[in-house]
Design a protein around this ligand. Sequence first.
Ligand SMILES: Cc1cc2nc3c(=O)[nH]c(=O)nc-3n(C[C@H](O)[C@H](O)[C@H](O)COP(=O)(O)OP(=O)(O)OC[C@H]3O[C@@H](n4cnc5c(N)ncnc54)[C@H](O)[C@@H]3O)c2cc1C
Length: 479
Amino acid sequence: MRRFEVALLLSACALCAVSCNSCPENCESPDGLFRELRNSLSRAAVVYLPGSEEFEAATTRWSELDTPTVNVVVVPATEDDVVDTVRQANNCGVPILTFNGVHGSITTLVAQDGKTATIGGGASSKTVTDALWASGKQTVTGTCECVSYLGPALGGGHGWLQGHHGLIADQFVSVNIVLADGSRQTIDSSSDLWWAIKGAGHNFGIVTSVIAKVYDIEHRDWAIETLIFSGDKVQAVYEVANKYLSNLPVDITNWSYWLNIPDADPDRPVILFYIIQEGVTVVDPAYTSPFRDIGPISSEAKSGSYRDLATWTEVAVDLPPCQKAGLANPRFPIYLREYDVAAQREAYDTFAANVGENSPFSASIFMFEAYPQQGVRAIDSELTAFAFRNENLLTAPLLTYKPAGKELDDQAARIGNQLRDIIYRSSGHKELHAYVNYAYGDEKPENWYGYEQWRRVRLRGLKQKYDPEGLFNFFAPIG
Ligand SMILES: Cc1cc2nc3c(=O)[nH]c(=O)nc-3n(C[C@H](O)[C@H](O)[C@H](O)COP(=O)(O)OP(=O)(O)OC[C@H]3O[C@@H](n4cnc5c(N)ncnc54)[C@H](O)[C@@H]3O)c2cc1C
């Protein structure tokens, strides 16, 4: 049996809410459930109760906003442990929150026939990338090393290689999943659940492993140009981005962040602008020169391999975004077709006004991610629950702050929504499309899963069939 780790968190609220008259004895308290699980799970599995260091470590989240109240943590060692845990939670009417990337993981990743690999349910993006790289292979994963492979994938999943091959979920060949009734099933394109797993997968069970497509490494060389602009250049930068970096060629990715870098500008947030190219040692000047001509504060070129990308873009395991620092990190995402330059200016000014040196939100960023879309568009939008294949830009303010009560949380939500609203109003879109994996939580299901009536009917029907009691309702519920 392959070893993997996925932590299951059983929420206290439901334990309290459940009527225990009709419940087995073990449901009456976390201790009862703990004993029952401890007796039935495999020897290598572990179960933690509040009060232990391990419990604390397992329940510490990357974002401290609205954290769930947890009664019992299970770290299964085998796929059967997951089955057992779901059955017992089901008996007690206790809902489950699956945790993955925030806990680190041990997993098995086996390259099988050169075209697919089996990836354990607890694998991190870095584990997958490194293991495949060692065999001369690669696949689409999220960009951030500490994020799990499956967390992003279940909501679609954006990554460096999506221009070639599509979203992370598009790589699935089959999925082993423990469903709400505790049954373990292998699903593939012959299952009605297949469609939902690719975009709304968080709602349907615990994925214990996946067989995913892998590819020969096409280009070992990658290059980046990092430019930093002062805020007064915001219009010029996004005007040029619309001209030279829209409908990106398959080998180019462009990200930018607005954030405070006092060494670059002590007074206002700067624009940190990445142009990344595959298969070269220097980014083609056709893309970089128009930006250099704007007059950046600095520009720096680097070259290396695919595995350097996370460090260059500051999402490697040892860098701040991967640390659990007791901060709240709500994001307010919106997909766009192109930049509205005037709205970028207005959003920048509003952002700058709220993230000054003395603001509790001074460590916040505004993210603008442009990935190549060819592989994503090559797949018919109707084939997956991921609904937004026609978008070009993934943007989101990320309000980072030290939690200090509801008032500050409300303030963060107001600012985040205000910033998103500036971008939305100018977009000309009649619908707000929000990447479910970045969602704040107050969006509506149609914002995450698409406005088309047939999508909502289909998702609700599948939910009714596979999880009628709503055991898996914590993460972006279908509604
Ligand atoms: C620094 C950073 C960088 C990011 N970069 C990217 C990126 O490049 N591309 C991208 O698409 N997204 C990215 N994201 C967003 C990411 O997709 C979400 O934050 C995602 O929810 C993280 O998954 P996780 O497993 O690491 O976190 P967790 O909190 O452990 O999981 C999130 C949810 O995913 C579900 N889940 C996870 N594993 C399983 C499983 N095995 N079975 C069933 N359900 C499961 C559960 O519902 C769980 O609550 C990034 C986020 C951060 C913080």
